[in-house]
Design a protein around this ligand. Structure first.
Ligand SMILES: Nc1ncnc2c1ncn2[C@@H]1O[C@H](COP(=O)(O)OP(=O)(O)O)[C@@H](O)[C@H]1O
Ligand SMILES: [Mg+2]
Length: 254
Protein backbone atom coordinates (compact mmCIF):
# COMPACT_ATOMS: atom_id res chain seq x y z
CA UNK A 1 0.00 0.00 0.00
CA UNK A 2 1.03 3.64 -0.42
CA UNK A 3 2.23 5.90 2.36
CA UNK A 4 -0.10 6.59 5.29
CA UNK A 5 -1.73 10.03 5.36
CA UNK A 6 -1.78 9.83 9.14
CA UNK A 7 0.46 7.83 11.39
CA UNK A 8 1.00 7.29 15.13
CA UNK A 9 4.45 6.06 16.15
CA UNK A 10 4.73 4.63 19.65
CA UNK A 11 2.50 7.33 21.08
CA UNK A 12 2.33 7.57 24.86
CA UNK A 13 -0.18 9.95 26.39
CA UNK A 14 -1.71 10.82 29.75
CA UNK A 15 -3.51 13.99 30.81
CA UNK A 16 -1.45 16.41 32.90
CA UNK A 17 -3.62 16.06 35.97
CA UNK A 18 -3.48 12.28 35.93
CA UNK A 19 -0.58 9.84 35.90
CA UNK A 20 -2.69 7.03 34.44
CA UNK A 21 -1.71 6.60 30.78
CA UNK A 22 -4.45 6.38 28.21
CA UNK A 23 -2.23 5.44 25.27
CA UNK A 24 0.91 3.48 26.04
CA UNK A 25 2.93 2.98 22.88
CA UNK A 26 0.30 3.11 20.14
CA UNK A 27 1.09 2.61 16.44
CA UNK A 28 -1.55 3.45 13.84
CA UNK A 29 -1.52 3.88 10.08
CA UNK A 30 -4.37 5.47 8.14
CA UNK A 31 -4.30 5.53 4.35
CA UNK A 32 -5.73 7.91 1.78
CA UNK A 33 -9.49 7.61 1.16
CA UNK A 34 -10.03 5.15 3.99
CA UNK A 35 -13.10 5.25 6.19
CA UNK A 36 -12.05 4.25 9.68
CA UNK A 37 -14.33 4.00 12.68
CA UNK A 38 -13.08 4.11 16.24
CA UNK A 39 -15.32 2.25 18.63
CA UNK A 40 -15.09 1.75 22.36
CA UNK A 41 -17.01 2.33 25.58
CA UNK A 42 -17.33 5.85 26.89
CA UNK A 43 -14.19 7.03 28.66
CA UNK A 44 -11.96 4.65 26.68
CA UNK A 45 -10.07 7.49 25.01
CA UNK A 46 -11.72 7.92 21.60
CA UNK A 47 -12.02 11.71 21.74
CA UNK A 48 -8.52 11.87 23.23
CA UNK A 49 -7.16 10.30 20.03
CA UNK A 50 -8.79 13.10 18.02
CA UNK A 51 -7.44 15.75 20.37
CA UNK A 52 -3.98 14.29 19.81
CA UNK A 53 -4.40 14.26 16.03
CA UNK A 54 -5.46 17.93 16.01
CA UNK A 55 -2.59 18.89 18.30
CA UNK A 56 -4.94 20.17 21.04
CA UNK A 57 -3.11 17.61 23.21
CA UNK A 58 0.52 16.63 22.75
CA UNK A 59 1.96 13.11 23.10
CA UNK A 60 4.18 12.56 26.11
CA UNK A 61 6.36 10.39 23.88
CA UNK A 62 6.24 9.24 20.28
CA UNK A 63 5.13 11.11 17.17
CA UNK A 64 2.11 11.79 15.00
CA UNK A 65 2.85 12.28 11.31
CA UNK A 66 0.64 13.90 8.71
CA UNK A 67 1.56 12.88 5.15
CA UNK A 68 4.84 11.59 6.53
CA UNK A 69 5.71 14.89 8.17
CA UNK A 70 5.87 16.05 11.73
CA UNK A 71 3.55 19.07 11.37
CA UNK A 72 3.00 20.91 14.63
CA UNK A 73 -0.08 22.95 13.74
CA UNK A 74 -2.31 20.09 12.71
CA UNK A 75 -5.55 21.78 13.77
CA UNK A 76 -5.44 23.81 10.55
CA UNK A 77 -4.53 20.73 8.51
CA UNK A 78 -7.37 18.41 9.48
CA UNK A 79 -11.12 19.01 9.49
CA UNK A 80 -12.29 18.43 13.05
CA UNK A 81 -15.94 18.08 14.01
CA UNK A 82 -16.01 17.81 17.81
CA UNK A 83 -18.58 15.92 19.84
CA UNK A 84 -20.71 19.04 20.48
CA UNK A 85 -21.71 20.70 17.23
CA UNK A 86 -20.52 24.16 18.33
CA UNK A 87 -22.82 26.04 15.99
CA UNK A 88 -23.19 29.65 17.07
CA UNK A 89 -26.85 30.08 17.95
CA UNK A 90 -26.93 33.74 16.90
CA UNK A 91 -25.49 33.08 13.45
CA UNK A 92 -27.54 31.88 10.48
CA UNK A 93 -26.78 28.61 8.69
CA UNK A 94 -24.88 30.56 6.06
CA UNK A 95 -22.83 32.53 8.58
CA UNK A 96 -22.07 29.44 10.66
CA UNK A 97 -20.90 27.57 7.59
CA UNK A 98 -18.57 30.32 6.34
CA UNK A 99 -16.55 30.42 9.59
CA UNK A 100 -13.52 28.41 8.39
CA UNK A 101 -13.32 30.59 5.28
CA UNK A 102 -13.64 33.78 7.34
CA UNK A 103 -10.81 32.59 9.56
CA UNK A 104 -8.68 32.16 6.46
CA UNK A 105 -9.37 35.81 5.65
CA UNK A 106 -11.65 35.16 2.68
CA UNK A 107 -14.15 38.00 2.01
CA UNK A 108 -17.60 37.39 3.42
CA UNK A 109 -19.40 37.67 0.07
CA UNK A 110 -17.03 35.21 -1.57
CA UNK A 111 -17.30 32.80 1.36
CA UNK A 112 -21.09 33.00 1.30
CA UNK A 113 -21.17 32.34 -2.44
CA UNK A 114 -19.05 29.25 -1.91
CA UNK A 115 -21.37 27.95 0.80
CA UNK A 116 -24.45 28.64 -1.36
CA UNK A 117 -23.03 26.34 -4.04
CA UNK A 118 -22.93 23.51 -1.51
CA UNK A 119 -26.31 23.98 0.19
CA UNK A 120 -28.09 21.63 -2.19
CA UNK A 121 -25.64 18.79 -1.65
CA UNK A 122 -26.01 19.18 2.09
CA UNK A 123 -29.81 19.17 2.04
CA UNK A 124 -29.89 22.76 3.30
CA UNK A 125 -31.43 24.55 0.34
CA UNK A 126 -33.76 27.31 1.51
CA UNK A 127 -32.31 27.15 5.04
CA UNK A 128 -29.45 29.60 4.64
CA UNK A 129 -31.08 32.26 6.82
CA UNK A 130 -32.35 29.86 9.50
CA UNK A 131 -30.86 29.91 12.98
CA UNK A 132 -29.47 26.64 14.41
CA UNK A 133 -32.17 26.57 17.09
CA UNK A 134 -34.82 26.13 14.40
CA UNK A 135 -33.13 23.21 12.62
CA UNK A 136 -33.67 19.48 13.07
CA UNK A 137 -30.84 17.40 14.56
CA UNK A 138 -29.92 15.99 11.16
CA UNK A 139 -29.74 19.46 9.62
CA UNK A 140 -27.55 20.79 12.41
CA UNK A 141 -25.14 17.94 11.81
CA UNK A 142 -25.10 18.68 8.09
CA UNK A 143 -24.28 22.35 8.78
CA UNK A 144 -21.44 21.22 11.06
CA UNK A 145 -20.23 18.81 8.43
CA UNK A 146 -20.41 21.47 5.73
CA UNK A 147 -18.25 23.67 7.91
CA UNK A 148 -15.80 20.82 8.43
CA UNK A 149 -15.59 20.21 4.67
CA UNK A 150 -14.89 23.91 4.10
CA UNK A 151 -11.78 23.62 6.20
CA UNK A 152 -10.39 22.27 2.92
CA UNK A 153 -8.65 19.31 4.52
CA UNK A 154 -8.59 15.83 3.06
CA UNK A 155 -8.64 14.26 6.52
CA UNK A 156 -11.86 14.62 8.48
CA UNK A 157 -12.29 13.73 12.14
CA UNK A 158 -15.94 13.23 13.11
CA UNK A 159 -16.61 12.65 16.80
CA UNK A 160 -19.93 10.81 17.31
CA UNK A 161 -21.74 13.03 14.81
CA UNK A 162 -24.94 10.98 14.74
CA UNK A 163 -25.28 9.79 18.31
CA UNK A 164 -28.11 12.18 19.19
CA UNK A 165 -30.22 11.34 16.13
CA UNK A 166 -33.18 8.98 15.98
CA UNK A 167 -32.65 5.66 14.20
CA UNK A 168 -34.19 6.58 10.85
CA UNK A 169 -32.53 9.99 10.57
CA UNK A 170 -29.29 8.33 11.57
CA UNK A 171 -29.51 5.80 8.75
CA UNK A 172 -30.29 8.51 6.20
CA UNK A 173 -27.32 10.51 7.48
CA UNK A 174 -25.02 7.48 7.28
CA UNK A 175 -25.97 6.91 3.64
CA UNK A 176 -25.56 10.58 2.91
CA UNK A 177 -22.15 10.69 4.59
CA UNK A 178 -20.88 7.75 2.54
CA UNK A 179 -22.10 9.46 -0.63
CA UNK A 180 -20.20 12.63 0.31
CA UNK A 181 -17.11 10.66 1.29
CA UNK A 182 -17.04 8.86 -2.07
CA UNK A 183 -17.76 11.99 -4.06
CA UNK A 184 -15.23 14.20 -2.28
CA UNK A 185 -12.51 11.56 -1.88
CA UNK A 186 -11.79 12.26 1.76
CA UNK A 187 -10.12 10.21 4.45
CA UNK A 188 -12.53 9.92 7.37
CA UNK A 189 -11.99 8.95 11.00
CA UNK A 190 -15.34 8.46 12.65
CA UNK A 191 -15.97 7.90 16.35
CA UNK A 192 -19.04 5.95 17.37
CA UNK A 193 -20.19 3.62 20.11
CA UNK A 194 -22.69 1.99 17.76
CA UNK A 195 -21.47 -1.33 16.38
CA UNK A 196 -23.96 -1.40 13.46
CA UNK A 197 -22.96 2.08 12.43
CA UNK A 198 -19.27 1.17 12.43
CA UNK A 199 -19.91 -2.02 10.44
CA UNK A 200 -21.98 -0.25 7.81
CA UNK A 201 -19.66 2.72 7.28
CA UNK A 202 -16.12 1.49 7.65
CA UNK A 203 -13.26 -0.08 5.75
CA UNK A 204 -11.57 -0.80 9.08
CA UNK A 205 -12.68 -0.47 12.70
CA UNK A 206 -10.28 0.34 15.53
CA UNK A 207 -11.55 -1.22 18.73
CA UNK A 208 -10.57 0.38 22.02
CA UNK A 209 -10.61 -2.05 24.91
CA UNK A 210 -8.80 -1.97 28.23
CA UNK A 211 -7.02 1.27 29.25
CA UNK A 212 -4.10 1.87 29.02
CA UNK A 213 -4.03 0.92 25.37
CA UNK A 214 -0.78 -0.77 24.43
CA UNK A 215 -2.12 -1.66 21.00
CA UNK A 216 -5.33 -1.07 19.08
CA UNK A 217 -7.25 -4.04 17.82
CA UNK A 218 -8.25 -3.70 14.16
CA UNK A 219 -11.14 -5.25 12.28
CA UNK A 220 -11.29 -5.19 8.49
CA UNK A 221 -14.81 -5.09 7.02
CA UNK A 222 -15.31 -7.71 4.30
CA UNK A 223 -17.76 -5.61 2.24
CA UNK A 224 -17.13 -3.74 -1.00
CA UNK A 225 -18.58 -0.42 -2.14
CA UNK A 226 -21.16 0.72 -2.76
CA UNK A 227 -22.98 -1.14 -0.02
CA UNK A 228 -26.48 -1.02 1.34
CA UNK A 229 -27.76 -1.43 4.87
CA UNK A 230 -28.91 -4.95 3.93
CA UNK A 231 -25.29 -6.03 3.43
CA UNK A 232 -24.80 -5.66 7.18
CA UNK A 233 -27.24 -8.55 7.73
CA UNK A 234 -25.09 -11.03 5.74
CA UNK A 235 -24.07 -14.00 7.86
CA UNK A 236 -20.33 -13.17 7.91
CA UNK A 237 -21.24 -9.66 9.10
CA UNK A 238 -23.49 -11.01 11.84
CA UNK A 239 -20.60 -13.18 13.07
CA UNK A 240 -18.30 -10.16 12.98
CA UNK A 241 -20.83 -8.11 14.91
CA UNK A 242 -21.08 -10.73 17.65
CA UNK A 243 -17.30 -10.87 17.89
CA UNK A 244 -17.09 -7.09 18.18
CA UNK A 245 -19.76 -6.95 20.86
CA UNK A 246 -17.94 -9.65 22.84
CA UNK A 247 -14.72 -7.66 22.64
CA UNK A 248 -16.42 -4.49 23.83
CA UNK A 249 -18.30 -6.32 26.57
CA UNK A 250 -15.21 -8.00 27.97
CA UNK A 251 -13.85 -4.51 28.60
CA UNK A 252 -16.88 -3.51 30.67
CA UNK A 253 -17.08 -6.65 32.79
CA UNK A 254 -13.46 -6.40 33.99
N1 LIG B 1 -9.10 17.26 29.78
C1 LIG B 1 -9.01 16.12 30.49
N2 LIG B 1 -8.27 16.06 31.62
C2 LIG B 1 -8.13 14.92 32.32
N3 LIG B 1 -8.72 13.76 31.98
C3 LIG B 1 -9.47 13.75 30.88
C4 LIG B 1 -9.66 14.93 30.07
N4 LIG B 1 -10.46 14.61 29.02
C5 LIG B 1 -10.75 13.29 29.17
N5 LIG B 1 -10.17 12.78 30.28
C6 LIG B 1 -10.24 11.38 30.74
O1 LIG B 1 -9.60 10.59 29.75
C7 LIG B 1 -10.31 9.38 29.53
C8 LIG B 1 -10.70 9.27 28.07
O2 LIG B 1 -11.63 10.28 27.75
P1 LIG B 1 -12.23 10.49 26.30
O3 LIG B 1 -11.12 10.46 25.31
O4 LIG B 1 -13.09 11.69 26.32
O5 LIG B 1 -13.12 9.15 26.14
P2 LIG B 1 -14.25 8.79 25.07
O6 LIG B 1 -14.25 9.82 23.99
O7 LIG B 1 -13.87 7.41 24.59
O8 LIG B 1 -15.54 8.73 25.82
C9 LIG B 1 -11.50 9.40 30.49
O9 LIG B 1 -11.15 8.66 31.61
C10 LIG B 1 -11.67 10.87 30.79
O10 LIG B 1 -12.20 11.04 32.07
MG1 LIG C 1 -15.77 11.14 23.39
Amino acid sequence: MNKPVLEFNKVIFHYKNSEAPILDGIDLQIYENEFISIIGPSGSGKSTIFRLITGLEVPFKGSILLNGENVTNRLGAVGYMPQQDLLMPWRTVLDNAILPLEIKGIKKEIAQAKVRELLDDFGLQGQENALPGNLSGGMRQRVSFLRTILSGSNILLLDEPFSALDAITRLTMQEWLIEQWMKRKKTILFITHDVDEALFLSDRIFVLQQKPHTFIQEVKIPLGRPRTIRDVSKSEMVTLKEKLIDQLRSKVSK
